[in-house]
Ligand binder design. Structure first.
Ligand SMILES: *Cc1c(COP(=O)(O)O)cnc(C)c1O
Length: 345
């Protein structure tokens, strides 16, 4: 096994999920109808016009992904083209110029390679979190698409999102909606997050991990768990995840759907998940890049508190899904074709 010597001295096992300035970020500007060549920068602040549409009208979108250190000391990305394609969809909906998929992946590779020393060692559970974002900038005051754009990618080492790893936590149903029926729920835009701050804070005030959002039209079906997707395991071992045009299409969720079917031999389904039918599930969880999987102990509804597998222990299927996905991400298990992209050979 290659010993990875880092020049960055951090307590790798005990990292949280907080901003840390690393050495380089990628920056590219769109002006006069085209993206410039793009370059790495050591400057971690951004100077923009006070009239920038991102500041007033929320013309901004982002992505979240990770780089993983393998046992051999390599660095790899997990399905980065999927993030690039999803960002292009966010851009299209907000009338922003998409950043080409191949250039997006190259930019991510370049930033990760430049910040190699910040990629946590294998075995610590920590990863390098990658945050691509795009904002509409330039002089403006009316409600219209920006005349100029900034696309940037920055990175920082992170530990587990939910403290305690695979320990179940409890969630509460929110009376607020995170998205409108034909709104922006399916794209990764800043405005969705601004609107989620209050419902999230109210849930935390009541000592829940976060809130669960129901479908905005009927308030009878589960849509999202905070900023993660929901999944449940039925009593006959089927992996079920909600289907709705206002859910953010989680890459982690689609990966789990594939792994449940092809690696674990489970039945899978994307369908409605009714709040009054929670008893069909023996286990439930939330999934997304930051948390990977967070087991759901129980859900507080307006009527009662529903416990799935256990409030204190992770269920066996959830644990198996987590182990399978993270083994692929860290290079310990062969990945499906095209899922893993090496940064260093
Ligand atoms: C980013 C995000 C997710 C998770 O998506 P991944 O691609 O798995 O990281 C889930 N829900 C919301 C609202 C999100 O913004």
């Amino acid at each position: 096994m290659t010993v990875v010597k880092s020049t960055v001295d951090l307590d790798w096992e005990n990292l949280g999920f907080s901003y840390l300035k690393t050495d380089y970020r990628y920056v590219s500007y769109w002006k006069n109808g085209e993206w410039d060549a793009g370059a790495l920068s050591t400057e971690n602040t951004v100077t923009i016009s006070e009239g920038s549409p991102a500041l007033h009208y929320g013309q901004s979108c982002f992505e979240g992904m990770k780089a993983y250190r393998t046992k051999d000391g390599d660095i790899q990305l997990f399905r980065p083209e999927e993030n690039a394609k999803r960002m292009a969809k966010s851009c299209e909906r907000l009338m922003m110029p998409a950043f080409p998929v191949d250039k997006f992946v190259e930019a991510v590779k370049e930033v990760v390679a430049a910040n190699e020393a910040w990629v946590p060692p294998y075995g610590t559970g920590s990863t390098l979190y990658i945050r691509p974002y795009m904002i509409g900038i330039g002089d403006n005051i009316g409600v219209r698409p920006a005349s100029e754009y900034l696309f940037s990618v920055f990175v920082m080492p992170v530990g587990a999102y939910f403290k305690g790893g695979l320990v179940p936590t409890n969630f509460i149903i929110s009376d607020f909606d995170r998205a409108a029926p034909h709104g922006t729920g399916a794209i990764k835009v800043g405005g969705n997050y601004a609107a989620s701050l209050m419902p999230g804070a109210l849930a935390k005030q009541r000592h829940f991990s976060d809130c669960i959002y129901l479908d905005p039209a009927t308030h009878t079906k589960i849509e999202e768990v905070g900023s993660a997707n929901f999944f449940g395991i039925t009593h006959d071992n089927e992996f079920v995840t909600p289907s709705s045009p206002s859910i953010l299409p989680s890459i982690t969720k689609y990966s789990l759907l594939y792994l449940a079917e092809h690696y674990l031999g489970m039945k899978v389904a994307e369908r409605d998940v009714y709040l009054n039918r929670l008893d069909e599930f023996s286990e439930a969880g939330a999934c997304g890049t930051a948390a990977v999987i967070s087991p759901i102990g129980g859900i507080q509804t307006n009527e009662d508190f529903h416990v799935f597998y256990s409030e204190t222990e992770v269920g066996p299927v959830t644990e198996k899904l987590y182990a399978t996905l993270t083994a692929i991400q860290f290079g310990d298990l062969p990945a499906p074709e095209g899922w893993v992209v090496k940064v260093t050979a």
